[in-house]
Design a protein around this ligand. Structure first.
Ligand code: C2E
Ligand code: MG
Ligand code: MG
Ligand code: MG
Length: 280
């Protein structure tokens, strides 16, 4: 709408922009409420070992549960959280809850390894490794029970700074995974310069590896690369038996995806895989 339509309809912004601004304000509000009132919930998606078909840890995936009980997914609020700096507090809460979960499983006699996503901004902050150390110590768990997933773009952000923080983290004993591998712009030489333990093949390659020869070739190349560099490989987004078989045939060890299991609420995960009391 424009000024020419009259005083009542005057606005600086187009309708779409207004809606977008409204949406962001609403999400930011829900995010702040969630941070303050235990509204951040962790879902856990199991990772499977292709050979043993046993579960081999899980990835922590954060959601907001709002006051009406609705679930809001991370794609809708993580970018905003990064912009506003709220990501630091979210990251702390997710890591704390994940470490406490590891401790709880360990009291039940189960060693569970949890992978936690780390945003670029967190990785770029100087005190980050210390913060991680403190949270792990407070939970009384072994650092090797925690894997931190970082993205290629986070590595590109601030090379020297990121390198320092990653080396500190690695020295702590947590493992480092490179998430969404193949979608960023990092050069392969990065793999040697950073203390990386695991490559996670991005879902976009897995999704059409059985239809698209190029995707299949890329997955093959990533698996071979990982093997020659001595890195573990985790495939994400496995949705079909055919994905599963294809990846296994290529020598991929670990994977996660809807085909095996969707992300589960923490309590559900606990009942199903740790406590063993779940019916299904
Ligand atoms: P990601 O780390 O690459 O996580 C994998 C995403 O793929 C998750 O989406 C997961 O639910 C989804 N997924 C798993 N298996 C399948 C499958 O078979 N098919 C399909 N279509 N999707 C599958 P989700 O939970 O919506 O998370 C999206 C992204 O949000 C994550 O991507 C991660 O980048 C970010 N994120 C999630 N939790 C956190 C967090 O605690 N901190 C930070 N900084 N980022 C997070
Ligand atoms: Mg991840
Ligand atoms: Mg990923
Ligand atoms: Mg992804």
């Amino acid at each position: 709408r424009s000024k020419s339509k009259g005083k009542d309809t005057f606005s600086f912004f187009s309708n779409e922009l207004q809606q977008e601004i409204h949406r962001r304000i609403e999400i930011e509000l829900k995010l702040r409420q969630a941070i303050e009132s235990q509204g951040l919930v962790i879902f856990l998606q199991p990772k499977y070992d292709f050979d043993s078909k046993q579960i081999h840890g899980a990835e922590s995936l954060v959601r907001i549960r709002d006051q009406h009980g609705n679930i809001i997914g991370p794609d809708d609020f993580i970018p905003l959280a990064e912009e506003t700096g709220l990501i630091h507090e979210i990251g702390r809460q997710v890591l704390r809850k994940s470490c406490e979960f590891v401790a709880r499983c360990s009291r039940e006699g189960e060693d569970v390894k949890i992978a936690v996503n780390v945003a670029a901004k967190q990785l770029a902050s100087l005190g980050f490794a210390n913060e991680v150390k403190e949270i792990i110590n407070n939970a009384g768990i072994n650092p090797s029970s925690i894997e931190l997933e970082v993205t290629e773009s986070a590595l590109m952000n601030d090379f020297e700074q990121t390198k320092i923080v990653l080396n500190e983290l690695s020295a702590l004993g947590v493992t480092i995974a490179l998430d969404d591998f193949g979608t960023g712009y990092s050069s392969l030489s990065y793999l040697k310069q950073f203390p990386i333990d695991v490559l996670k093949i991005d879902r976009s390659f897995v999704i059409d590896m059985d239809k698209n020869i190029q995707s299949h070739d890329i997955v093959t190349a990533i698996v071979n690369l990982a093997q020659s560099l001595g890195l573990k490989i985790v495939a994400e987004g496995i949705e079909t038996q055919s994905h599963f078989n294809g990846l296994k045939a290529l020598g991929c060890q670990l994977g996660q995806g809807y085909f095996m299991c969707r992300p589960l609420e923490m309590e559900h995960f606990f009942a199903k895989y740790v406590d063993g009391t779940a019916v299904a």
